[in-house]
Design a protein around this ligand. Structure first.
Ligand code: ADP
Ligand code: MG
Length: 270
């Protein structure tokens, strides 16, 4: 099961991870109030769909020259005009397929001062049967592209379930991605909190891309994605409550009512 970015960030925040302030809205009439509740002076209007690549994505109805699914705005007025243009429109990204996804909600977030974007994720690695941390100095872009073009820029550590994520592993990741010395302790703290969040929620993937380091050395999650193990959802009614049926395949929703794990595929098989 997936959740939206704003829900993922609320979850990260509850584990003490640093995120920017933000407000989720469903209607453009709420955009101005949302923007005015944030510190400013920069805002970012972010499409909430269960797919990545939103920044580089394009709205089907607006053509290739219009801005993408993640838009900076300098004033609350610009937040409103962007929100009006984006809501109800179909965003096509590398991950949505050509049909795209309708944007029914937006996250209005405080604009961060981006100095350097890193990548950090936690996944269950089937081969080693361990939880793996994957980090890279090359954040903000698709990690598959980094893995393909510059695999040496990806650092991994595997967590011993009896020991948990260690300080030494945090240092190995921090050094491996070239995190400046004055931000390493923050980075390791983020990894430790992320591990606890991952284990507590029975997640199967948490991805923070980008993890930003600003010009003052503060490290913060600017994007976040979760996948949860469906077989463990019975233990987490609070996560099931975050489900957005608009984002799911109707055939999979129907199957889930009967406890069937059904995955729609292209063509004639399912
Ligand atoms: P996606 O991965 O779906 O394209 P992101 O949330 O990663 O969406 O946003 C794309 C890019 O937009 C980020 O890599 C970052 O450069 C920028 N961005 C996202 N959120 C903020 C923010 N709050 N402040 C400043 N820039 C942001
Ligand atoms: Mg991203």
């Amino acid at each position: 099961m997936n959740i939206h970015e704003h829900q993922a960030k609320a979850l990260l925040k509850s584990y003490g991870l640093p995120i920017a302030d933000g407000v989720a809205i469903f209607s453009a009439k709420d955009a101005e109030t949302a923007a005015k509740s944030l510190p400013g002076p920069l805002y970012v209007v972010k499409s909430q769909i269960h797919a990545g690549g939103r920044g580089k994505g394009r709205f089907k109805e607006l053509g290739p020259d219009a801005k993408g699914g993640v838009r900076p705005a300098k004033t609350p007025g610009e937040v409103v005009s962007n929100a009006t243009e984006m809501l109800g429109r179909t965003l096509v990204t590398k991950q949505t397929g050509p049909a795209g996804k309708v944007v029914n909600r937006l996250y209005i977030e405080d604009g961060a001062d981006i100095q350097k974007e890193y990548y950090l994720s936690v996944v269950t690695d089937r081969a080693s049967q361990k939880v793996a941390f994957i980090a890279s100095s090359e954040g903000g872009i698709d990690i598959e592209e980094v893995a393909h073009a510059t695999p040496e820029k990806i650092v991994k550590v595997f967590v011993d379930p009896l020991v948990g994520f260690t300080q030494a592993q945090g240092e190995e990741l921090a050094k491996g991605i070239g995190m400046p010395a004055d931000s390493q302790a923050q980075f390791i703290d983020i990894c430790q909190k992320l591990y606890k969040c991952y284990m507590d929620t029975d997640a199967s993937l948490v991805e923070i891309n980008p993890l930003n380091r600003d010009s003052k050395g503060k490290v913060m999650a600017l994007d976040s994605k979760f996948n949860f193990d469906s077989n463990a959802l019975f233990r987490h009614p609070e996560i099931v409550a975050l489900r957005d049926l608009d984002e799911e395949d109707p055939a999979e929703i129907e199957a889930s009512k009967f406890d069937l794990a059904y995955i729609s595929l292209d063509g004639n098989i399912g």
